[in-house]
Design a protein. Structure first.
Lengths: 235, 829
């Protein structure tokens, strides 16, 4: 099913006939089967679907973590399908923030250093000052010198959110951000995520299998067997 | 500070423990090379610094079996102050039986350099007339004290003191007996210097300008070599000792290079394991915007810092080795090393260490660059295809630089090139075997038993470390086998008794007219004894195929027959234990122009053939000869053998003495020595057993040096085994936890892992046995020229121990995961 909700030329994300296959025959697996998708600036989108539907893989393609096997993916004006790994890494700088289920903080760096890394990689001079501000915004001003192993799960995810937002990206991806957290902490994290989305104006793209969480987003896209089977906007 | 440097330091601060193996391997390898190089340099420097003292002057002229003429002495004196000494072997007796001594008669001018000292309690400052100074060891053996008398030749001499310092003793080289000193009047009184006696006259000259020693030496060589003099200057003092140190140092450096090569494998394993553990960090950095080049720079910075620390520590230890050796085993050294910092061997060791670190770390570093960001979402493996052509080109350049540096800094470049080539070939062979094992095992039918299935699958699964394990284990096991072969062969040589057919004594300075009395004295003490007596005199080869030896710029090591005087003989028939292998022996009644027969290996070293002309200088007279026959000599029986044998009818008229070998019952040794000493005091009796013991001491020192160097190499080998096993342990720990989760007992899990290591070890053991034994054979037979006599039981035990250690390390590495609760272990993994 091909559904498009906004004109392609003004969309922050414009994907056309995106396919993704992994492995070699006879073990080849088709994960994405012809995805067409436009996402506008400032939107909040939930990607819903059962396990194995291709949600994380679609996010990976849109975030430039994975190169599609076919089709085109224009994100913030650049065709990700034509870029190599290095170019994708550079394309993500300052434009795309990613929050993952397993947090993936750098274990050998403090919370402040973790948040500063994207700015340092982009060559920003005031990386640590801005990182401190971002950590304060997520309520961790008193945890800047702590290493990930010294933080709770919720605190680690807050650091990951701060790291994803410190460069003021236009696009924020969150893949099951509460998957490793208890209910109360997960709820607090989602509140934080939506609050930061509202404050920064970044487009939010959340992957979840929780309908209640999906309902908080302005748009819900349902995926099944690598295809978009539903795309509806909250009235 | 660049971003790569900042991130490298941050990550290293908390997560650098994984690079300890890298640091340890480089520390061991660099310490071995730096230590061996520093020790060799310090010994050579000591020889250089003491050259003048060891020589006893700036220039020395030596002639055999005669003294310099008045004209010759005048010519020497025109160059500077001259001192004459006469050296020979003799028998000293104080009533307990004769003892072989190294006798020197010295003139009043001796010593020209340094000071002669007697131990406290001496009753004169130096021996004069019927006085003698003796070594403390001789005093113990003879049971004499200061003031007692002893007999030497025909003289009775009073012991006036024990020698404490003899400044030119080291320059004398290998001696058979303890030293004794008399003046020239005392020497005359002994009547040991007779026509035909084996003695050397040394003329040392102290120049007004010592820095002119080399050109003066060259001038004196040109003037006096034809008269039979051997000339050397102080910068070439103790030539045989210097050559010995250089050769042993060269061999030990190869052992050090082996340690570094093995350390390199450890570096590769360690770095691979370290970077494998950083996969998620690398992927996270890429998610955050890091390029592959930044990733490479971060980890290259870390590797460089840790490598530098390991190398610096190795250099520090290596630089201290001369001092450590002096403190621990100073007596075993031929000369006290000159303690100083020697930049060249340290710089060479550092450069080699750095090149090895880069070479072996590069493949893992190249793979780490390509870890995809998507690894965070799924276990995407970095590409395992062969390295890119750029990486291969850099590796080839590093190999080229390594080979060039190792070869150009070696004293024996051919040996170094052969060794380095062999190591490279072995590494490639083992890597290829690893790949073959991987592919071969993948094609085997799947076994029914799950543990065997798992063990085989682990050898070829994606990400398996099989080829690296085979390389590390193969190198380590081969090294252990080679060292076991060399060590047991050396030990066999040390422990070996004299060959059953060896004589009990060699007798020298036996005058031809005394042959009958000698035989009677021997047979009187040992009835039925067999005596072989042959004529002998000293001479040297002065020209080969028309080219004067003095004009040859360099002499190859194998051309020992051209160095210095040789003992000559003549014979009507082929001597016993000799076999003519080329040419034809002269008739028994031959009386034509002089012919010679040369030992076959000596001839081969000089490219000599039947009919070639060689000139032998005998007592200052050039004797042109032609080679009539080449002989193969059985040296093993320790009988009297000669590299050069003349045809009869020419040199018999020259003053000569007899050399005799005595074959008698061992129990009669004392009686034979006493009888001969009583009948013929001027005859020197050398006990073969003592000679073998002296050689044993030298071999023992060599064995000690090799074992010390080998110890570091073994340590490096063990570190490599640990690293290789650790590199693959993460995957194995994961398997162990999952099996436990599925109901496997700890015993079953450990059995599966032990099976996997056992399968690998079986493949490696066969290769290691072949390679290690071959390398050991080459060193024992070709380099040391000893008998090939490894103890195969020890070699087998060494291999078995290596396999057990490997299994132990591998199994031990999984124990923590087995002890932990699965959930906890999975979280950590």
């Amino acid at each position: 099913m091909t559904i498009s909700s906004s004109p392609a030329d003004s969309a922050l994300i414009a994907a056309r006939n995106v396919t993704l296959s992994l492995g070699k025959p006879p073990a080849r697996v088709d994960i994405l089967r012809g995805i067409d998708l436009d996402v506008a600036t400032g939107d909040s989108v939930a990607l819903l679907g059962p396990s194995g539907s291709g949600k994380s893989s679609l996010m990976a393609v849109l975030a430039g973590l994975e190169r599609p096997s076919g089709g085109s993916v224009r994100v913030t004006g650049r065709d990700f399908a034509t870029l190599d790994e290095d170019a994708l890494a550079v394309a993500r700088r300052g434009k795309i923030g990613i929050v993952l289920q397993a947090f993936h903080l750098l274990p050998t760096m403090t919370a402040l250093e973790n948040v500063a890394v994207p700015l340092e990689l982009a060559g920003e001079r005031d990386a640590f000052a801005r990182a401190a501000v971002e950590l304060a915004a997520v309520g961790l001003a008193d945890r800047t010198g702590h290493y990930p192993a010294q933080l709770s799960g919720g605190e680690q995810q807050r650091v990951a959110i701060a790291r994803a937002l410190v460069a003021a990206p236009a696009l924020l991806f969150a893949d099951e951000p509460t998957g490793n957290l208890d209910t109360a902490t997960g709820a607090a994290i989602m509140d934080l995520l939506f609050a930061r989305h509202a404050a920064s104006g970044a487009t939010l793209f959340v992957i979840t299998h929780d309908p209640a969480l999906a309902a908080r987003c302005a748009r819900v896209i349902e995926l099944a067997d690598g295809r978009i089977v539903a795309d509806r906007r909250r009235p | 500070m660049s971003i790569a440097w900042r991130l490298a330091l941050r990550d290293l601060r908390r997560g650098g423990r994984g690079l300890l193996l890298l640091a340890l391997c480089l520390f061991l390898g660099t310490a071995a090379l730096a230590g061996i190089g520093s020790l060799s340099a310090s010994l050579i420097a000591a020889l250089d610094a003491q050259g003048r003292q060891m020589l006893g002057g700036d220039v020395e002229l030596v002639v055999s079996q005669r003294r310099a003429t008045v004209e010759e002495k005048a010519a020497f004196a025109a160059r500077g102050r001259v001192s004459e000494t006469v050296a020979m072997r003799a028998m000293a007796d104080a009533g307990r039986g004769p003892v072989l001594v190294d006798l020197r008669g010295v003139d009043d001018a001796w010593p020209l350099v340094g000071a002669f000292r007697l131990a406290p309690g001496a009753i004169a400052d130096r021996p004069r007339g019927d006085q003698i100074a003796i070594a403390p060891a001789l005093a113990d053996r003879l049971g004499v004290r200061v003031g007692d008398e002893l007999r030497l030749g025909m003289a009775r001499l009073k012991v006036i003191g024990l020698i404490a310092a003899e400044p030119d003793r080291l320059g004398a080289g290998f001696t058979l007996g303890p030293p004794v000193l008399v003046d020239m009047a005392g020497l005359d009184a002994t009547q040991l210097v007779q026509p035909g006696s084996l003695y050397e006259s040394h003329y040392r000259i102290a120049l007004a300008r010592p820095d002119a020693a080399a050109p003066v030496s060259d001038a004196l060589t040109a003037a006096f070599r034809p008269a039979g003099f051997a000339v050397k200057s102080s910068d070439r003092a103790a030539g045989s000792l210097r050559r010995g140190i250089a050769q042993l140092g060269q061999f030990l450096l190869l052992v050090g290079l082996a340690a570094l090569a093995i350390a390199g494998v450890g570096v590769g394993s360690g770095v691979a394991a370290y970077l494998a553990g950083k996969t998620r960090i690398i992927a996270t950095l890429k998610v955050l915007g890091a390029r592959a080049g930044t990733i490479a720079a971060i980890f290259l910075t870390q590797l460089a810092l840790v490598a530098a620390a390991g190398i610096a520590a190795g250099l520090a230890l290596g630089a201290m080795v001369p001092a450590i050796v002096v403190a621990v085993a100073g007596d075993a050294l031929p000369v006290p090393p000159r303690l100083a910092l020697y930049p060249l061997p340290l710089a060479t060791a550092a450069a080699l260490g750095l090149l090895v670190a880069l070479l072996f770390a590069l493949p893992a570093l190249a793979r780490a660059r390509h870890v995809p960001a998507a690894t965070l979402l799924r276990d995407a493996l970095a590409p395992t295809s062969l390295p890119s052509w750029r990486v291969v080109a850099v590796m080839l350049a590093l190999v080229g630089a390594l080979v060039a540096l190792a070869v150009l800094t070696a004293s024996d470049r051919v040996l170094a090139l052969v060794f380095v080539g062999a190591v490279v070939a072995l590494i490639l062979l083992l890597w290829a075997i690893g790949l073959l094992v991987r592919r071969g095992v993948a094609r085997l039918p799947r076994p029914r038993t799950p543990l065997l299935r798992l063990a085989l699958a682990n050898l070829h699964r994606p990400g398996a470390e099989t080829d690296r394990l085979v390389l590390a284990l193969g190198l380590g096991f081969s090294l252990f086998v080679a060292l076991a072969v060399i060590d047991t062969s050396l030990s066999a040589e040390l422990a070996g008794a004299a060959p059953a057919k060896a004589p009990r004594f060699f007798a020298i300075d036996l005058q031809p007219g005394d042959a009958g009395r000698f035989r009677a004295a021997v047979e009187g003490a040992a009835p039925g004894a067999t005596i072989e007596a042959v004529p002998s005199l000293r001479g040297s080869i002065s020209a080969v195929k028309g080219v004067r030896v003095a004009d040859m710029k360099t002499l190859p090591d194998a051309a020992w027959v051209l160095r210095g005087d040789r003992t000559l003989t003549w014979s009507a028939g082929v001597p016993p234990r000799n076999e003519v292998v080329a040419g034809k022996w002269w008739p028994a009644d031959y009386r034509g122009a002089p012919l010679v027969s040369i030992e076959d290996r000596a001839a081969a070293a000089l490219g000599l053939r039947i009919g070639d002309a060689i000139t032998v200088t005998v007592l200052g007279v050039d004797v042109p000869t032609r080679i009539a026959a080449l002989r193969k000599i059985d040296w093993n029986g320790l009988g009297l053998n000669f590299a050069i044998v003349f045809s009869p009818g020419y040199i018999e008229e020259a003053p000569h003495s007899l050399l005799a070998s005595v074959y008698s019952a061992p129990a009669r040794d004392g009686a034979v020595a006493r009888n001969v000493a009583a009948a013929l005091p001027s005859v020197t009796m050398i006990r073969v057993g003592d000679l073998i013991a002296q050689i044993g001491v030298v071999l023992g020192q060599i064995a000690l040096a090799i074992r010390a160097a080998a110890a570091i190499t073994v340590a490096a080998g063990i570190a490599v085994l640990v690293g290789a096993v650790a590199a693959s342990s993460r995957m194995r720990r994961y398997d162990a936890v999952l099996l436990k989760l599925l109901g496997g007992s700890a015993r079953q899990v450990l059995a599966a892992q032990a099976l996997e290591y056992a399968l690998l070890s079986l493949v490696v053991v066969l290769v290691a046995l072949l390679v290690g034994a071959s390398a050991g054979w080459y060193v024992v037979v070709r380099v040391f020229e000893l008998a090939w006599a490894p103890d195969w039981a020890i070699v087998a035990l060494t291999l078995a121990a290596s396999v057990l250690v490997t299994l132990g390390i591998g199994v031990l590495g999984s124990l923590p995961a087995l002890r932990a609760r699965p959930a906890e272990a999975l979280r950590e993994l």
